[in-house]
Each structure stands twice: as structure tokens, then as C-alpha cells.
Write a new protein. Sequence first.
Length: 255
Amino acid sequence: MSWPVPTWRQAQLEAILELSLALGGPREENELVEELVNRAVGLLDARRGLVVALTPEGLVSSWAAVQWQGQPQEFFRAFRSRFAEDAVQVFPGAELGLPYRQVMVAPGSWQGQWVLLVAVADRETREGEGDFTSDDATFLRSLSLLAASALASSRALETEKRKRQALEEENRSLREELPDFVAESPAMLRALELARRVAPLEVSVLVRGESGTGKEKVARLLHDLSPRAEKPFVPINCAAVPESLLEAELFGIER
């Protein structure tokens, strides 16, 4: 005795598990959409499929297709103008000008916004062509939501990676310009960047900080990056100069 329905549902559940494991690690966006379209087409016995990844602005950022005719951008625009609901849609391909008998599309949402579309077309059966079922729609919906979460996580990781690379590049640049400084914290990097910007200006600068935080080094940096860099830098320990002599030490004495 054969049990086609339980076996098919078991295969779908195993496919969702395998996809979740495959997408669990960091993946490039192109790899993710390629993996998704192949699994959707294979598990739903579709002749063709398309996955379109979307930017927050609603533009196509990447796509992958299996025997899909037409431009993905045009398909997305036509679908979005025809269907706005966040649900699986099944319709004749002619409704969107596609040469397919039947199309099923599942939007993948993250935080209330579409981040991708998963489309399959023309389901195949042993007898020839067949219609997509409600179970197929549920399965495609599960794939799209799982992939949407993975895509959002991938993009967040990529954003943090770019921020870190930019910070490291800024740090390297500062080290090249400021060889006497070793700075890692964002606060110190901001202070050094501010010193670099203000040094060429004809303004007075007051450097404040606790003892041992490098105030004299910052003052020397300001001097070295200023138009007066060729002139002497004269540090004075004001705490060691009596108050009665401090004015003379700083400004001299007129005789």
C-alpha cells in the first residue's frame, strides 16, 4: 500500500528543514536566491520559476530564474500593480502577459515590507499538466517567509561588515597620518578626526582631559598639522610654574 500524501508532505517538511539549515549560516544574496528558486521548482514540480530580491525602496536588487521568459523587473512591476496583498496568488499567466498556463507567486515579507517574490509556473504531473494545490501554496509561502528572514539577516550582516570595514579603513588612514597614536575606540577616533579637521584653521583650541589621556600629544598633533608646523612646538607644564610667573612664561615681559 502506498501513502502518496504523507510521503509528499514529509518531503516538503524535510525540504523546509534542509533549506533552513542551508540558510542558517551567512550567505551571499545571489547564492540565497539561486538556492531558493531551484528548491521551489524542484519540490513543486514546476517547469519554471523565478525569485526576485527587492531593496527597501522596492527595486529589484538581484534575481535567479529557471526557464523563465521575460525581464524580472517587468514581472515585479506588473505583479505589484495587480496584487498588493501579502498572500500567495495563483492566476493564469495571461493576466500579467506571461505565456504560462498557471502562475503561483508568494511574497516574502520582513517587518511588514516585501523583500522578495517567489514565483513558479506550469506544474507538471504524470498525466501532463496540473494545477497548484492549496498545500503547494502553503509550502511556497513557508519557503518565501523563511527566505525573507534569511535575506534580511544577510543584508544586516553585510551592512555591519561594511561599517566595520569603513571603520578599519579610517583607523588605518589615521594611523598613517598620525603614527604616534594608537587608537581603537570610536570616541578617540572621533577626537583625532576633529583635531585633524581643526588643525589647519586659525582658531584657538582648548584640549581638556584627565591626567595621562594624551592632551600634549593631541596639542602636538594640532601643531604638526597646522600651517605653523615648521615653527617650534613649546610645551609648558603650567602646574610646575608659580602663578606669579605664569603670565610672563606664557606671554613674556615687556621692558
